[in-house]
Design a protein around this ligand. Structure first.
Ligand code: ADP
Length: 630
C-alpha cells in the first residue's frame, strides 16, 4: 500500500510535484530565462501580482522582468534599477547571487521584502530564480529588539549607579559612563584593570574573598558588599556593590555588578552611632534606672542602674529575661502595703493607655530577701497617629530616703514622748505656784506665770501634733466615735477662737443642723487647724467665713479666707507631711507643716475627703466632707 504512492510522488523528474512544492511556499518565486523573461511563477507570486494589479497578463509570465524594472517610474524607479542591475550581474556571471532588502509599505502597514536572485543551469540553458520573501515580521522583531536594547543602554548609561562587567579573572570588561560621576574615572580608564585595584587596602582581602565567593555561587545569585573605593581625586568613597554571577550564561559570560555611592548614608550612620554611644554613656551613668518596653511589654533597653535595682549582675542578663521572669523575682507592695500585680505597675498601665503613671513601690527580692523602696514613673512614646510605640520607665531608688525618714519618725516619736513627762511636771508645779501667788496677791508674778502657761500650752500642742504624726505613721490614730451635732461643735470652736484673737471677724453662715457619727475631739482639732490657718495666712481686719451644708450622705464644712492664697503647684502638696510653701511671704509665718497633714489624715480615717480651692493673692477655701453615718 505504501510502495505505490511513494513511487508516484517521487520528486525526480516530476514537474507537477515540484510545482506543487513551489506553490506551497509563501515566498513569491519567479523563474527567468537568460534574457530575463519570466517563464514560470508560483502561486504566491500570482496572488501578489493580482493584488498589486500587475500590468502584464498571466502574472507576468512571458514578460521581460528586466524591461519591467528598467521602465519603472515613480518612487520605485531607483530601486527597480538596482534590481535590474543586480540581475544583470548574476546573468553575466559577475556574481553568483544577488540579494536586496527593501521596503514595500502600503497604506495599512509597513512591509519589508528580501529579494534573492540565484543563477542555475538546466538543459544547457541559464535560468535565474527570483525570490521575493516577506520579511516584515522578522524586521519588526529586529526593530523592537533594537529599541529595547537602546532603552536598556540608555537606562544603564543614565543611571546614577555604575554597571561593571567582570570576567572570571576579575578583569573589568565593561564600565558604564556613570562611573565618571561616581568615582571620577572615564570608563575606558578602568577597562582591563583588576576589580579590587581601587578598593581600600583594609577592605581588599575581604573583597577578594567575596569575589571568589561570587564566582562559586550558583548562576544568577547575588552577592552584596560595601567597600571604600578610591575616587579619582584621591578621596575614599563608600560604595555598595551588588554582584550577580552570569558567567555560565552563554550570552553574557560575565559577573555583572552595580556600584552605588553610599558615602552620605555611611557618614550619617557613623555620626548617629557616635551620638548613640554618647547618649548610651550618659544613660548608663545616671543614677536612676531607665527601661524601655515595646507595646507587648518586651524590654528594648535598660541601663546599668536598672539592672542594679532589679538585682541583676549585668544589663545583658536583665535583657535576657522576659518581663514575667523579671517581675517574678520580687514581691511588690505599694505604700499602703497592698500587693501589686503586673497590671498595676506604671509601665503596664501606660501601655494599656494611661497618659502617665507612677507609684511608690516596696519590693522584696525572693532570692536574697533584700528590700527596696522606689518611685516608678512611666510615660508612653507615641507616633504621629497617637499609637503607643513604647513605654519609658524611670526607677528612682528611695531606699535610703525611706530609711532616713523612718529614723526621723522614730526620733520624733521618741522625743515627743520624752518631752511630754517634763511638760506635765512643769504644768503641775506651775499650778502650785499660781495658787500661791494668787493667795499672796502677787499679781505681777501671776501675769508672768500666765505667759509661761501660754508657752507651755503651745509646746504641749506641738508635742501632741508630733505624737499624732507618729500615730498616723504607724496606723494607730484611734478614733472615739460618737453621735454629735456638727453645727454646735463648729459654733463652739468659732466662739473659742473669737475669745483668743481679735484681729479677724469670723462669720458662721449656715443654719442647717447636722448630726454626724465621728470623733468629736478630732473633728474639733481639724476645725481649729483650718480656722487658725485662715487667720494666720490672711491680713488683719479681713474676714473668715465658715459654712456647713449637707446632703443624704455627707456633711460638708468649708472655711474661706481672703488672704495670701496658694499656688496651683503647692495646692497639690500642702497635705503632705512637713510641706510648707516656701515663697518670700509664706516664709514669714511660723509653723512645721504638719497641721494640714494631720487634719487630712483624720478626715481620711473617717472615710471622708479634704480639698482646697485657692488663687494666689485672693484667698483660699479649705473644705472637708464627712460621712453622716461615720
Ligand atoms: P503650717 O504649720 O506651716 O501652717 P500646715 O500643714 O497647716 O502647716 O499648712 C501647710 C502649708 O500650707 C503652710 O505652710 C502654708 O504655706 C499653706 N497654707 C495652709 N493654710 C493656708 C491658707 N489658709 N492660706 C494660705 N496658705 C495656707
Amino acid at each position: 500500500m505504501n510502495a505505490e504512492p511513494a513511487a508516484r510522488i517521487s520528486p525526480h523528474g516530476n514537474l507537477a510535484f515540484l510545482k506543487n512544492v513551489i506553490d506551497a511556499l509563501s515566498a513569491h518565486i519567479a523563474i527567468l530565462d537568460e534574457h530575463g523573461t519570466i517563464v514560470m511563477v508560483n502561486e504566491s507570486w500570482r496572488q501578489f501580482a493580482l493584488m498589486n494589479h500587475m500590468q502584464c497578463s498571466d502574472a507576468g509570465v512571458g514578460c521581460n522582468y528586466l524591461h519591467v524594472c528598467d521602465s519603472a517610474i515613480g518612487d520605485e524607479a531607483s530601486l527597480a534599477r538596482i534590481v535590474a542591475h543586480g540581475i544583470r550581474n548574476v546573468l553575466g556571471c559577475k556574481r553568483d547571487t544577488f540579494m536586496l532588502e527593501y521596503p514595500c509599505h502600503n497604506a495599512e502597514r509597513p512591509l519589508w521584502f528580501q529579494l534573492n536572485v540565484t543563477r542555475f543551469v538546466a538543459c544547457d540553458s541559464i535560468y535565474m530564480i527570483v525570490v521575493h520573501e516577506n520579511i516584515t515580521e522578522w524586521k519588526l522583531a529586529e526593530q523592537r529588539l533594537q529599541e529595547s536594547e537602546k532603552r536598556f543602554r540608555l537606562m544603564i548609561e543614565r543611571s546614577s549607579d555604575a554597571i561593571v562587567m567582570l570576567d572570571a579573572q576579575g578583569i573589568v570588561r565593561y564600565v558604564s559612563p556613570s562611573i565618571e560621576s561616581l568615582l571620577g574615572y572615564r570608563p575606558q580608564d578602568r577597562l582591563g584593570h583588576y576589580c579590587t585595584e581601587i578598593i581600600h587596602p583594609d577592605d581588599r582581602i575581604q573583597a577578594e574573598q567575596q569575589f571568589q565567593g561570587c564566582i562559586q555561587t550558583p548562576p544568577g545569585s547575588c552577592v552584596r558588599a560595601q567597600y571604600r573605593m578610591l575616587h579619582c581625586d584621591g578621596s575614599w568613597r563608600w560604595i555598595e556593590i551588588n554582584a550577580t554571577n552570569y558567567l555560565h550564561d552563554r550570552d553574557i559570560q560575565a559577573i555583572i555588578a552595580s556600584y552605588r555611592d553610599i558615602t552620605p548614608r555611611v557618614q550619617r550612620e557613623q555620626e548617629l552611632r557616635v551620638e548613640k554611644d554618647k547618649l548610651e554613656a550618659i544613660l548608663h551613668s545616671v543614677a536612676d534606672g531607665i527601661m524601655v518596653q515595646d507595646e507587648s511589654g518586651y524590654l528594648l533597653y535598660a541601663n546599668k542602674a536598672a539592672a542594679d535595682v532589679l538585682d541583676y549582675d549585668s544589663v545583658e542578663a536583665l535583657m535576657h529575661d522576659s518581663w514575667q521572669e523579671i517581675l517574678g523575682r520580687f514581691e511588690m507592695v505599694d505604700e499602703k502595703g497592698q500587693v501589686l500585680g503586673t497590671g498595676s505597675l506604671p509601665g503596664c498601665r501606660v501601655l494599656a493607655g494611661e497618659a502617665e503613671a507612677s507609684a511608690i513601690i516596696h519590693s522584696t527580692s525572693k532570692l536574697t530577701g533584700e528590700q527596696h523602696w522606689a518611685t516608678v514613673q512611666s510615660r508612653p512614646v507615641t507616633n504621629a497617629k497617637d499609637e503607643i510605640l513604647f513605654a519609658i520607665t524611670i526607677i528612682h531608688d528611695l531606699t535610703e530616703q525611706k530609711e532616713a525618714e523612718r529614723r526621723k519618725d522614730e526620733f520624733i516619736a521618741m522625743a515627743s514622748h520624752e518631752l511630754k513627762t517634763p511638760l506635765t511636771s512643769l504644768k503641775i508645779f506651775m499650778g502650785v505656784l499660781q495658787r500661791r501667788f494668787r493667795k499672796n496677791g502677787e499679781d505681777q508674778y501671776l501675769e508672768y506665770l500666765g505667759k509661761i502657761e501660754a508657752q507651755i500650752n503651745t509646746l504641749t500642742e506641738l508635742i501632741n501634733d508630733m505624737l499624732d504624726v507618729s500615730r498616723i505613721q504607724i496606723g494607730k490614730l484611734l478614733l472615739r466615735k460618737e453621735t454629735f451635732e456638727l453645727s454646735r461643735l463648729m459654733q463652739e470652736t468659732i466662739d473659742n477662737l473669737r475669745g483668743t484673737q481679735t484681729t479677724h471677724s469670723i462669720r458662721y453662715e449656715s443654719s442647717v443642723e447636722v448630726q454626724v457619727f465621728a470623733d468629736r475631739y478630732r473633728i474639733g482639732q481639724v476645725l481649729i487647724n483650718l480656722l487658725t490657718n485662715a487667720v494666720k495666712y490672711s491680713p488683719a481686719g479681713s474676714e473668715v467665713i465658715v459654712r456647713l451644708c449637707a446632703d443624704q450622705k455627707y456633711a460638708v464644712v468649708s472655711v474661706q479666707d481672703f488672704g495670701i492664697g496658694i499656688d496651683e503647684v503647692d495646692q497639690q502638696r500642702i497635705f503632705e507631711r512637713f510641706y510648707q510653701v516656701t515663697g518670700p511671704v509664706e516664709k514669714t509665718f511660723p509653723g512645721l507643716g504638719i497641721g494640714l497633714y494631720i487634719s487630712n489624715e483624720i478626715i481620711k480615717c473617717h472615710q471622708g475627703r479634704m480639698w482646697v480651692e485657692s488663687r494666689k493673692g485672693e484667698g483660699s477655701t479649705f473644705s472637708f466632707a464627712l460621712p453622716l453615718q461615720g
